[in-house]
Write a protein that binds this ligand. Structure first.
Ligand code: LLP
Length: 422
């Protein structure tokens, strides 16, 4: 079987390795469930975007919602990357990882006054403003601080990214961004208001996109607006294309960063916007294929209608299958010479929706370690403590080195913030 995703994940003989480290050894050493990431896979994914943008004014802002572990942020910051944040908590993480705020863009439809204050104090590069009332509040907050907030309007370009409805964000029916028709008026207002200064324009059309065409539609829609806004005397410095490039979970063949950006930049050149600074907010494609979730088989439970393979990772550790019916590859870390059987891979949580994979043909035994592939994005970051399950540990593999980058939560951590009533 070929493994979807990363060249850093390979089977040598019967054993699966991430870079130079065998996954079964990691599971033995750190316990399961365990998230393991390849640092070089992350660096290689970033380098793909950097190569594609070489020679252009640009900033890549990693959408850290995909995986916000400090060591992941540190890895990207050291490689020259900026960050796309959506909360004061994410800002705090960026700063804790040693990165500076001047490469941070702040997205999100529901920024609070406190979020705005924190971001102004830190000195973020730009606020991606998603509505007129948000603009008004930002103007107030910035003026009260004697600060100027650089802003970009997130425009809803109304293009169909042809992805899962829950992760499609650039259609008229989505809550995100300012409607294309209203954007010019909101830009005019932003240029007049105290405390705000127009810096750019941005959009985000969805996630796990495997086609280039929706991006080209979005570029066209944005450039139409840039031209209209500039014609009214308001300069726009940068164009932020959002994130969204998909990865391989099964047999998807998403375009490379080079192919995507080659097409986007060609369109910008064609329309006479070649000198404009370009920003990008990739999340999934920088970390998704770099990570696996390791889990141990607790019990095999063959049944009349279904065979269940009960593992120690659950929907609280990795919610993508339960939430989006996402298909994620599940493979044994050690191959066995026995016939495969068909299993539903399920976790210990008390919900029928608690599954990681359905109808998978696997040769497994109790005690084996399985790897859920392409789990580096929206895996740990979306995990919870449901069923009072402590969240998994995370490790970063770098060549033959292994770093524990998040300890497994302890059972007392689970209620550390709670108080009995006196
Ligand atoms: N920028 C903005 C404003 C976003 O909302 C997102 C993701 C990104 C960038 C990064 O998009 P990416 O490059 O990762 O596609 N939890 C879902 C994905 C939700 C994406 C939300 N927004 C999943 O597991 O599939």
């Amino acid at each position: 079987m070929t493994l979807p995703g990363s060249p850093f994940l390979a089977r040598r003989g019967a054993s699966l390795s991430l870079e130079q480290v065998e996954l079964t050894d990691l599971a033995r050493r750190f316990g399961t469930p365990l998230y393991a990431y390849s640092r070089n896979a992350m660096r290689a994914a970033l380098a793909g975007y950097q190569r594609a943008l070489a020679g252009r004014k640009h900033l890549i802002c990693y959408a850290m919602k995909a995986n916000s572990n400090l060591a992941v942020l540190q890895t990207f910051a050291q490689a020259g990357c900026g960050f796309d944040i959506v909360s004061a908590g994410e800002l705090r993480r960026v700063l804790a990882a040693g990165a500076s705020a001047d490469k941070v863009v702040f997205s999100g439809v529901g920024k609070t006054r406190a979020d705005m204050q924190a971001a102004l104090e830190a000195g973020v590069l730009c606020f991606n403003v998603e509505s007129q009332p948000e603009l008004l509040l930002l103007s107030q907050v910035a003026s009260a601080h004697g600060a100027t907030a650089r802003i970009s309007l997130r425009v809803n370009p109304d293009v169909d990214a042809r992805t899962h409805p829950y992760i499609s964000t650039g259609l008229k029916g989505n809550k995100f961004g300012v409607a294309h028709e209203q954007a010019l008026a909101v830009y005019r207002q932003a240029a007049e208001l105290p405390g705000t200064e127009v810096a750019g324009i941005d959009c985000h059309i969805g996630s796990q996109i495997t086609d280039i065409d929706p991006y080209i539609d979005a570029v066209d829609r944005l450039l139409d607006l840039v031209e209209a806004v500039e014609a009214s005397g308001i300069p726009i410095h940068h164009v932020d294309m959002g994130g969204g490039l998909g990865i391989t979970y099964t047999d998807e063949t998403p375009p490379s960063a080079e192919a995507l950006l080659g097409a986007v930049l060609a369109r910008m050149d064609e329309r006479g916007h070649g000198q404009r600074e370009i920003l990008l907010e990739p999340g999934r494609s920088l970390v998704g294929n770099a990570g696996v979730l390791l889990t141990e088989v607790l019990y095999l439970k063959p049944g009349e209608q279904k065979n269940f393979c009960i593992v120690d990772a659950a929907m609280n550790d990795l919610v993508r299958p339960a939430m989006y019916e996402a298909w994620m590859a599940i493979v044994p870390c050690e191959l066995r010479e026995q016939a495969a059987q068909r299993w539903d891979i399920v976790g210990p949580v008390c919900e029928s929706g608690d599954w990681l994979g359905r109808d998978r043909d696997l040769a497994v035994r109790q005690g084996d370690v399985l790897a859920v592939l392409s789990a580096g994005a929206y895996g740990f970051a979306m995990s919870s403590n449901y069923n009072s399950r402590a969240r998994a540990a995370e490790v970063m593999v770098d060549g033959n080195q292994v770093h524990l980058i998040r300890e497994r939560e302890s059972l007392t951590d689970l209620y550390a913030l709670e108080r009995l009533i006196p």
